[in-house]
Design a protein around this ligand. Structure first.
Ligand SMILES: Cc1cc2nc3c(=O)[nH]c(=O)nc-3n(C[C@H](O)[C@H](O)[C@H](O)COP(=O)(O)OP(=O)(O)OC[C@H]3O[C@@H](n4cnc5c(N)ncnc54)[C@H](O)[C@@H]3O)c2cc1C
Length: 408
């Protein structure tokens, strides 16, 4: 290795929600975090920050155990009930925190507030160096060390570490540099996101309605307001974008109905193209893929970040017990522990997309019967809520809220 290559314990490529959380979890290591975007000066500078995220109970546990929750709690709204229904049909499922004996089913937060708070927390960590506007574009991955080359507006640089974590999202450069292939599905759909001001209180109920214009989720966020995630085919986006705010609000009201009262106004719709992929490998020598770099899923079930945070929890648990020199051998444990959770969430999400975006008569009947049965059978309902709470497969201590300290 060249003398001018600065060495760290861990390099994390990608400072999104998953990479930034991992960096904070590893704060007793010497961590280099490379983020292609500039340092966020305010929430409004965060690209894609408008999307609302539902954090599951296990994500709350992870963020609490890492002492991140106190910094974000003021920006969250709890979900006490979820109503799933098919517009114009009889089926309905209601899941409530009370029935599950939980304080809440989940917590809604806009991504921009979560990202901003994470970057602020990162600033106070003496062992973590965050390189903003730093894009990884070359990687040398051997059995002993990972060397990452990145460029910034000021030039190129190289750093090395015993462990390199790819948290660089759907288009992961690290994954591509390693030649790791993906299995992908293009749903040819987009998610339309907007905040809607309501005439009445949301009572902390989240709604998921399946309509002939696509599934609509309305999530409680702030006083008398809700955030919309509406899945539509790409072909519908142009027309939706051409509506003025009043027309857009009216359209959403007409499609969703009046379960949440009257909609007063909405913010301009923001479009997120939807994709799904699964990386064929999660580990190569000293590099591990986490978050969207490993699995990108449809937002219909609100599970992408929750899955990525459980990746963080599992990786931290492995690191706590290992010497970084031996990490390569231990990363296979990480793969074993994450496999069931990844597969189940991907399969369930993919099936939900097919089941709930299909308007074929037999399917609409089947899903309405399914929802009615689900609502009347506590065991079936518990099965559904267990999955949405993030209680699947191997459960790491962090997912139960148990703090873990990484030995230096
Ligand atoms: C509309 C919508 C709603 C959603 N709702 C939910 C929900 O309710 N619940 C839930 O759990 N999930 C939800 N998700 C999914 C969730 O947003 C993602 O799973 C999560 O943000 C993934 O985080 P990440 O850090 O892995 O990836 P990203 O957020 O993509 O972050 C990757 C980071 O890497 C950086 N980067 C990329 N390339 C490089 C490079 N070469 N060098 C350095 N840095 C690089 C990028 O700038 C970025 O900051 C939703 C998604 C959408 C689109």
């Amino acid at each position: 290795m060249h003398d001018d290559v600065k060495n760290y314990d861990v390099i994390i490529v990608g400072g999104g929600l998953v990479g930034a959380t991992l960096a904070l979890a590893l704060k007793s290591y010497r961590v280099a975090l490379l983020e292609a975007q500039p340092r966020p000066a305010s929430e409004e500078n965060i690209s894609g920050g408008e999307r609302a995220i539902v954090l599951s109970a296990s994500s709350k546990n992870i963020l609490s155990a890492l002492n991140i929750w106190p910094a974000i709690t003021a920006f969250t709204e709890s979900v006490n009930e979820v109503h799933v229904s098919d517009k114009g049909r009889f089926g309905q499922v209601k899941i409530s925190a009370k029935d599950e004996d939980l304080p809440a089913l989940g917590f809604v937060i806009q991504a921009k507030y979560l990202q901003k708070q994470l970057s602020q927390l990162l600033e106070n960590q003496p062992n973590i160096t965050v390189f903003y506007e730093a894009k990884c574009d070359e990687l040398c991955n051997t059995q002993d060390v990972g060397i990452v080359k990145y460029h910034t507006p000021h030039g190129e640089n190289k750093i090395s570490a015993k462990l390199v974590v790819a948290a660089d999202g759907h288009h992961s450069a690290v994954r591509q540099l390693l030649g790791i292939t993906i299995n992908s599905v293009d749903y040819e759909q987009s998610a339309i996101v907007s905040n809607i001001e309501l005439a009445r209180d949301h009572n902390n109920i989240a709604y998921e309605r399946f309509t002939s214009s696509g599934p609509i989720a309305l999530l409680p966020l702030g006083e008398k307001s809700a955030t919309l995630v509406w899945t539509v085919p790409h072909s519908a986006v142009k027309e939706i974008k051409s509506l003025n705010n009043e027309e857009f609000t009216e359209k959403v009201q007409a499609i969703f109905g009046y379960r949440l009262g009257r909609f007063i106004e909405s913010t301009p719709p923001v479009v997120f193209p939807i994709v799904m992929h699964r990386a064929a490998e999660l580990v190569r020598n000293r590099v591990v893929l986490i978050g969207n770099a490993a699995n990108t899923i449809h937002p219909i079930a609100g599970q992408g970040l929750n899955l990525g945070l459980r990746d963080v929890a599992a990786l931290v648990e492995i690191l706590v017990k290992s010497d970084l020199d031996q990490i390569e051998a231990l990363l296979c444990q990480y793969v074993d522990r994450r496999r069931a959770d990844h597969l189940q969430i991907i399969n369930i999400t993919h099936s939900l997309v097919g089941f709930f975006t299909n308007s074929l008569f037999p399917l609409t009947v089947a899903r309405n019967i399914g929802m009615t049965v689900m609502d009347c059978v506590p065991v079936a309902k518990r099965w559904l809520s267990k999955r949405s709470l993030g209680h699947i497969g191997y459960i790491s201590p962090l997912s139960c809220g148990v703090p873990m300290h990484v030995e230096e």
